[in-house]
Design a protein around this ligand. Structure first.
Ligand code: SF4
Ligand code: SF4
Length: 329
């Protein structure tokens, strides 16, 4: 594999170059001190050492609230005429790239979602290597995810730049003065022990029905939904409609929903398939760790660690299948 070397002090030039292809976004810190993906105005805005943003890049593909149909009495329902702006998403870590690959499988599978496609096509992914902390359990922080158009790996005094797609190759054509070629063998896969265990759990369909942890989780959970909002592979949504009182116009939109909310399992007639928290945790567990439908046996969790960081009461579902969990009351 040919990789190019980019010196630290040439990063600004690379960013300027990439900005020609779309609005540059990456990890930045807001005025309130929150690390988020957002517009990058200057090289200094970029948080190159940011380990995880609060919300993953899924917000670029599935906006928290999105109009999916417009209605007028004259034309009936029509698709919104929304165009997605070109965005260069810089600094996406391997776990989030894997999260996007998962969403692609869901939304671009046998019944592609047109709005998702529109946003996905407008995004260029520029990955960035990272150092795991005690919350992450991603497998691939030393490997190049296949869906990165470009991938930058931190090395001494600079970055190794790889191209993962023809789009990425096209984008760096013309940058030769900044890049020197290196012939380096791909890094060996470094498997995290927890991810290895998770894959085993998913493959075997382990559900731990008798674990006392279910009750422990259900008693403490506040149903705040933070663990789902921050998860790069959580995509549950609700579909709602806002109509004008005179019935002439309406907007139908989808907005993020959350399986830990009581209303998530409610259906017409007042029935609720998951009225209590324990059942909602089971549901979350099945979908997050065992996969479902065509994705059964493959965990949806990419090990970003966000849910472990944000839960206000320290709930960590992975305890069900780790040694720590076995030791809990
Ligand atoms: S379940 Fe938690 S650790 Fe896994 S991908 Fe979602 S937020 Fe990250
Ligand atoms: S973040 Fe914690 S408290 Fe909030 S819904 Fe998730 S498990 Fe419950």
């Amino acid at each position: 594999m040919v990789r190019h070397f980019l010196a630290d002090n040439s990063l600004g030039q690379l960013l300027d170059w990439l900005s020609r292809f779309g609005a540059l976004h990456g990890p930045i810190r807001t005025a309130e001190g929150v690390e988020v993906f957002g517009p990058v105005q200057a090289e200094d805005d970029l948080l190159l050492t940011c380990r995880r943003t609060l919300i993953p890049p899924k917000k670029y593909l599935l906006p928290p609230r999105q109009v999916i149909l417009n209605y007028t009495a004259a034309d009936g329902y029509t698709l919104p005429d929304e165009t997605a702006p070109q965005v260069i998403l810089f600094g996406v870590h391997p776990c989030d790239l894997q999260g996007i690959a998962y969403l692609d499988r869901v939304f671009l599978g046998d019944r592609p979602d047109r709005l998702y496609r529109r946003h996905r096509d407008a995004i260029t992914l520029v990955g960035l290597s990272c150092e795991p902390d005690e919350f992450c359990f991603c497998t691939s922080h030393e490997n190049i995810p296949r869906n990165a158009d470009l991938f930058l790996q931190h090395v001494e005094h600079g970055f190794l730049v790889s191209t993962g797609t023809s789009k990425g190759e096209g984008m760096i054509a013309g940058l030769e003065p900044l890049l020197s070629d290196l012939n380096i063998a791909p890094q060996p896969l470094s498997e995290n022990r927890m991810m290895t265990r998770l894959r085993e759990v998913a493959k075997n369909g382990e559900t731990f029905p008798d674990s006392p942890l279910w009750e422990h989780f259900a008693t403490r959970c506040l149903s705040c939904g933070a663990c789902s909002v921050c998860c790069p592979t959580c995509y549950c949504f609700d579909v709602l409609e806002n109509g004008a009182l005179d019935g002439t116009t309406a907007e139908r939109f989808r907005e993020w929903d959350n399986c830990l909310f009581r209303a998530h399992g409610e259906v017409a007639g007042g029935t609720n398939f998951r009225p209590d928290r324990r059942e909602r945790f089971h549901y979350r567990y099945l979908h997050k760790y065992l996969g479902f439908g065509a994705l059964a046996g493959e965990p949806a969790c990419v090990g970003c660690g966000r849910c472990r960081v944000v839960c206000p009461v320290g709930i960590d579902l992975t305890e069900l299948f780790t040694e720590g969990g076995d030791a809990r009351p």
